[in-house]
Design a protein around this ligand. Sequence first.
Ligand code: SF4
Ligand code: SF4
Length: 77
Amino acid sequence: MQSKKSFAAVNYEICNPGKCNPEEGRCVAVQACSHKVLKQLDGVFESPMIFQDLCMGCQDCIEACPLDAVYMKHIGS
Ligand code: SF4
Ligand code: SF4
């Protein structure tokens, strides 16, 4: 049986809320995720976490991130 899943992941080497939003430190990818799967758990100016099990793979966060720090991961066979 085939089981494929795509979900978003953050490249923490690129992600920098102080750079993409220097005034407020808010992640615009978090704001773009209507499924509330991305969260800045440690507050503003901290990189977001993705609850990958809940990710719908819509890619809205990828389009929103100005630094291209969010990408899709594909698992399964
Ligand atoms: S994921 Fe993108 S938009 Fe969000 S804090 Fe990181 S660089 Fe900024
Ligand atoms: S791919 Fe869609 S559901 Fe998943 S974290 Fe990004 S915006 Fe949210």
